[in-house]
Design a protein around this ligand. Sequence first.
Ligand code: ADP
Ligand code: MG
Length: 261
Amino acid sequence: MSEIISIANQKGGVGKTTTAVNLAASLAERGKKVLLMDIDPQSNATTSLGFNRSGYEFNIYHVLLGIKKISEVILKTDIKNLSLVPSNIGLVGIEKEFYNPKNKNRELILRHKVQEIGNSYDYIIIDSPPALGPITINALSASDSVIIPIQCEFFALEGLAQLLNTVSLLKKTINPQLQIKGFLPTMYSGQNNLSKQVLDDLSHHFKDKLFYPKGSKECIVVPRNVKIAESPSFGKPVIKYASTSKGSLSYKALALAVIKG
Ligand SMILES: Nc1ncnc2c1ncn2[C@@H]1O[C@H](COP(=O)(O)OP(=O)(O)O)[C@@H](O)[C@H]1O
Ligand SMILES: [Mg+2]
């Protein structure tokens, strides 16, 4: 079966989309068949891969509503082995469906849709919105594991307890297999004491839940890197836009760590 990994953190701007796009692209570069699912109404992952609204008619919203099969909305990207389920601002409308108490098993809608594509992919990477609402719950319920990007800034760990509680609640109820794959420190700046403090805190509390390159004791950290910030406007993941930049190397290392398990 495909391994399904959600990228989640209810905070906005912490690097979820960047991580989803670049992990997906790096796994594809390693020869894995990858499907990136954008389930954020802001559709930044879709845009980051160079698609605009005129480039596709149907999106994840139509899949969740039951109007389209997931296989009918999948787009081929410019990157070999990488496909995309696009999103669109219209997806905000799905929350009404998800909140409808008559709608039984509404946490499991995405899981059932993903099951339709069976094991056509090695990895399915889900980019979730900045909220712990029904869309993110659907993502976590459909996933084998979750990667949590942590921005190395003040308040980085705030709200983390709530996310971890949600994960453990889902694990006890509808998704017993859900694992925390790991925490990924993002936007790290070596000159910034606050960045170092956040990394120290993470290493202290979650040492065995950070990602390590093979044979290294230094965990994988995504540096604050201008190439990462520039790449979405070129419609490319940073690993294609500036493949040898420090940001790219971190995401390539993350993909290797994910493949090694
Ligand atoms: N390591 C980084 N260095 C510099 N800019 C980054 C980095 N990671 C993300 N960004 C930028 O920060 C903004 C927020 O990142 P994004 O991945 O969209 O976060 P989220 O999906 O959690 O809201 C984007 O403009 C993105 O290009
Ligand atoms: Mg995002």
